[in-house]
Ligand binder design. Structure first.
Ligand code: XMP
Length: 511
């Protein structure tokens, strides 16, 4: 295992992801993790992430010097690099200017193990205010930029490497190679971790854990819960019951589509129950406008419905959830990253839930890894490559209060948008696209009438990992067609907007 020690930066999951892309297993832990625990894991390498603090300030996240004396290779990134220098006797200071964005880095030490086969001038993603003004004793500067004297430094005899920029971000053109170099050349990892070993070992683990117990699975029809359900059904077959909560916040016709695949007429032999609780959710959400509150309500109500269904079924010991790793980290449960959004899959689980245990078989996987598992389990491609849909569904695509009428508006607009994107042949090439309902109303004119109606926002993004994303360049032709159809066919909409914001600074969803 390679350990990523999280100091609170936003790219931390990406670090873990890139390492796994090298077929090396990797886990994220908080910087507060005890040194004994780290030693016990016997890691092949340790990567220190970026973070928002200044390492020279008294209460900033830090780690004891011992970490660098274990003989285990350590790579510090951004804050992690500064911290390494600070702890080992170098100097970190606030720079006159912030270095931010794509920056040309000049490699000074071509024979550095981490810069093997890296171009002498290479574009890297910088994001820092503090800089290393003096390296710690024994370190050599291995790269610099016009503004930053120490873009990278190393002490190869002790296997310590510091990089000021972010190799984990795709904007760092050769970043993947650098991380690859670290885990292979410095840590000596074998690169033999694969997905199929995951399927086998999960099935074994689930069987052992569940025994003869009964299992209830939360099925949403999305990729994650579908893969989780099929994995569970392979492990424990008839002991599994899947409950599909139709909370009335799904895309148009989606409830019926999910039933068609997983219900009695579908190809899987699951015990399938559809809970039609649309009204109940609308009632709970009436008058609520604050995004986090909406998410909490939806998440909690979900659990309530499961409890009720579980009671009807009789004794159920286990509850399965399709939580994946980004949900865990973005909800602030793994590592140290700030809470961006409380993810529905993770949040809202109250103490008095009366299942014996939660099973989250995909908890350690990233989205593309979940897809690989899905394919390996023989789940049809159209399900595996389905575009993601958030747990709270349209609840977070309707800005402000959710009502049945608004759900209808956004469902209809979204269906038109999806249809036209498919007609234009773009449905496979765009990462995620959807319509959202803004809570803005504005004046328009239709026929000879003044209108005062809602604005629909269209979003389409391309993304590799959903942690960063760019707005997709959908042509005017397609956008105009979608706009005119939405305005003509969906009542109470008189304006359509296209969102060109990337992530960051925006998020993909609106709430
Ligand atoms: P954001 O809006 O955070 O979205 O940029 C990143 C990806 O996550 C999806 N998303 C969610 N998925 N439960 C989920 O299962 C949630 O609460 C949730 N919120 C966002 C979003 O659709 C995008 O793919």
């Amino acid at each position: 295992v390679v350990i990523v020690l999280d100091f609170g930066g936003q790219y931390n999951q990406l670090v873990a992801r890139r390492v796994r892309e090298c077929n090396v297993y990797c886990e994220i832990y908080s910087y507060k993790t005890d040194i004994e625990k780290i030693k016990a894991m016997n890691p092949k390498g340790i990567i220190l992430t970026g973070g928002p603090n200044s390492c020279y300030e008294a209460d900033s996240p830090t780690y004891s010097k011992e970490l660098f004396e274990l003989g285990v290779p350590v790579l510090g990134l951004c804050y992690g690099a500064q911290l390494m220098m600070h702890v080992l006797g170098g100097k970190v200071e606030r720079a006159a200017v912030r270095e931010y964005g794509k920056t040309e880095v000049l490699v000074d030490k071509q024979d550095s193990k981490v810069f093997e086969n890296i171009s002498p001038k290479t574009i890297c993603w910088m994001s820092h205010f503090d800089y290393i003004s003096k390296t710690a004793p024994g370190f050599t500067i291995s790269a610099h930029t016009a503004d930053c004297p120490v873009a990278a430094a190393e002490k190869p005899e002790e296997k310590l490497y510091a990089i000021q920029f972010h190799p984990e971000v795709l904007h760092t053109v050769e970043g993947k190679e650098m991380l690859h170099n670290f885990v292979y050349n410095v840590c000596g990892c074998a690169g033999d971790w694969k997905m199929d070993s995951f399927v086998e070992s999960s099935i074994k683990e689930i069987r052992k854990k569940v025994g003869n117990g009964r299992v209830l699975c939360a099925l949403s029809g999305g990729v994650d819960s579908s893969v989780a359900a099929v994995l569970l059904s392979k492990a424990v077959g008839e002991q599994l019951t899947c409950v599909f909560v139709d909370h009335g916040l799904l895309r148009k016709n989606e409830g019926d589509e999910v039933e068609a695949v997983f219900g009695p007429e579908g190809e899987y032999k699951l015990n399938f129950i559809r809970a039609n609780v649309q009204e109940r959710f609308y009632e709970k959400l009436a008058g609520v406008t604050e995004p986090e509150k909406k998410r909490k309500i939806i998440g909690e109500e979900f659990i309530r419905v499961f409890e009720e269904e579980a009671k009807k079924i009789g004794a159920v010991e286990f509850l399965v959830q399709g939580t994946i790793y980004p949900d865990v980290v973005e909800s602030g449960l793994g590592g140290e990253s700030a809470v961006i959004k409380s993810h529905h899959n993770v949040g809202g689980l109250p103490d008095y839930v009366d299942f014996k245990e939660i099973i989250e078989p995909l908890r350690d996987l990233f989205k593309d890894e979940v897809r690989k598992v899905g394919l390996e389990l023989g789940i049809p491609e159209h399900l595996v490559f389905r575009q993601p849909f958030p747990g709270p569904g349209l609840g977070i695509r309707i800005i402000g209060e959710v009502t049945a009428e608004k759900v209808r508006i956004v469902q209809d607009a979204d269906a038109i948008y999806r249809e036209e994107i498919a007609n234009a042949g773009l449905d496979k090439s765009i990462g995620q696209y959807f319509a959202a309902l803004t809570n803005m109303r504005s004046v328009g004119v239709m026929g000879d009438e003044r209108t005062y109606d809602y604005a629909i926002a269209l979003r389409a993004v391309n993304t590799v990992d959903f942690m960063t994303a760019e707005a997709a360049e959908v042509s005017w032709e397609v956008l105009k067609k979608v706009t005119s159809r939405i305005i003509n066919e969906v009542s109470h909409v008189n304006r359509v907007m296209y969102d060109v914001t990337s992530k960051p600074p925006g998020t993909i969803e609106f709430e």
